[in-house]
Design a protein around this ligand. Structure first.
Ligand SMILES: [Zn+2]
Length: 465
């Protein structure tokens, strides 16, 4: 499998797992508000990425941090007059609830920043000893970017132009370089704090990730993922911290960044009223719709969300769902009228599909191409679905379910009510007696009740409209 590495800007082979497992870290949320569908995109992508690797027999350890101490949390807590850590716990709970609703289940370990303070302190102490960090009185400890020659290698920026995206926490007029970022912030009234050998205070934003990954994976590991917006300064800072602290490089073999999610062509923002939380989305559509939309775009490309796209996706899912129901129907039926004389290329289609699907996924996790292969298979089989053998239908169900499981797109065939089944049966009797007027009346009735009926060599196939 080849994956695009944002650092080298080239595709690289998937790292060979050491000691039987591949170590993956993805930046988790800062828990101060509800997560939106842009966050969901990143987490859905990595969920399926891990599930695909696992389906190929690769053992992955997927680690994610939770930023539960941060400027944004402190500011929001102040507004709401609650303790920052209580606010963080509330939104962590909401985050985990959202993941569950979206069927994101691949993460092995969620690591809260506040539970790794000793590791954070240890890493900062090493940076101080090695001359990469310095103290500003009554402020905190800062990382000196001029001491780390490789600073800027991920985002291809120089430290001179780096000040534009630095967050508020990193501002200090006493810094040596504009791009220097805070590692440890000394205590200010009303802020959460820890008493440590570095003084009373709290960690900066970037240091938690490398302290956590070093604890679980050591100073070097396989893949680091996250949204493209985190590339600078966050991921750049991570490289600087860990490579400076350990003297070993590279921090990771592959950097994977997911593209932006736009809403109606614009960046999501509360002032534009195009801000869609995961919970709001799920009030209108099932999780499968969001997942399917996410996978219909390559993970590195920008993804433009529109209501219209959600509607179209709902329709595509319905097409797949109807197809699966038809397969189910064939697999459960005895078909005496099946055209056995024609040589349908079912086996060929299935083997081509498997090849195409895996080739797409192995080529930088090209989910839109893999989905297109699935849709093509379905379209090709539509024409002679009623001529499939029971065995082929069963195999196809298994195959498609296995592939859709990677995406967590579960298509339950709708239960047909007894009343509808009875009407369909009655209609069959009329048809058998060539009483077509009466049978058409019943078709109309069934349709009024919200069901479609299709006559097949296996008898009537009924499906919800
Ligand atoms: Zn992070």
């Amino acid at each position: 499998m080849q994956i695009y590495d944002s650092l080298s800007q080239k595709k690289a082979p998937l790292p060979k797992p050491k000691k039987g497992k591949l170590n993956l870290f993805v930046c988790g949320p800062t828990v101060y508000d509800y997560s939106h569908i842009g966050h969901a995109r990143t987490y859905i992508v990595f969920d399926a990425f891990v599930k695909y690797l696992k389906s190929c027999g690769i053992n992955v350890f997927y680690l994610q941090n939770i930023t539960d101490v941060d400027d944004k949390i402190i500011a929001r807590a102040k507004e709401n007059n609650v303790r920052p850590l209580l606010l963080a716990r509330k939104f962590e709970k909401e985050y985990l609830k959202d993941l569950k609703s979206l069927k994101i289940t691949a993460v092995n370990k969620y690591a809260r920043a506040t539970e790794f303070i000793p590791q954070i302190i240890g890493q900062i102490q090493r940076l101080i000893e090695k001359g990469y960090a310095y103290k500003i009185d009554n402020d905190g400890y800062y990382f000196d970017v001029s001491a780390f020659a490789d600073y800027g290698k991920l985002s291809r920026r120089t430290s001179g132009q780096a000040e534009d995206a630095i967050s508020r926490i990193d501002q200090s007029i006493n810094k040596k370089n504009k791009a220097d970022f805070v590692l440890w912030k000394f205590y200010k009234e009303g802020e959460p704090f820890w008493n440590t050998p570095l003084g009373k205070g709290r960690p900066g934003w970037h240091i938690e990730d490398t302290a956590i990954t070093e604890k679980f994976f050591g100073p070097q590991y396989d893949i680091h993922g996250g949204g493209i917006d985190l590339k600078f300064p966050h991921h750049e800072a991570e490289i600087a911290q860990q490579e400076a602290a350990s003297g070993k490089k590279p921090l990771v073999k592959i950097w994977m960044h997911t593209g932006f999610l736009l809403v109606n062509g614009e960046k999501m923002s509360k002032s534009l009223y195009n801000f869609i939380t995961i919970q709001d989305f799920l009030k209108n559509y099932p999780a499968e719709v969001l997942r399917m939309m996410v996978f219909s775009n390559h993970y590195r490309s920008p993804f433009n969300y529109t209501e219209q796209l959600a509607e179209q996706t709902t329709q595509s899912l319905k097409t797949i769902s109807i197809f699966m129901s038809k397969l189910q129907f064939v697999s459960e039926s005895q078909n005496k009228n099946r055209d056995k004389n024609k040589n349908y290329p079912t086996a060929q289609l299935i083997s081509n599909f498997e090849k195409e699907f895996n080739a797409a996924m192995d080529e930088d996790f090209n989910t839109p191409k893999a989905l297109a292969a699935s849709i093509n298979l379905i379209s090709s089989l539509q024409n002679y679905i009623w001529n499939l053998s029971t065995k082929d239908a069963k195999n196809l169900i298994k195959l498609l379910q296995k592939k859709l499981k990677i995406f967590e797109i579960e298509l339950k065939s709708t239960k047909i009510p007894i009343k509808i089944k009875a009407l369909a049966k009655k209609r069959e009797i009329y048809r058998g007696n060539k009483q077509f007027t009466q049978s058409d009346v019943l078709r109309g009735q069934i349709s009024m009740l919200g069901y479609l009926i299709e006559d097949t060599p296996f008898g009537p196939f009924v499906i919800a409209k």
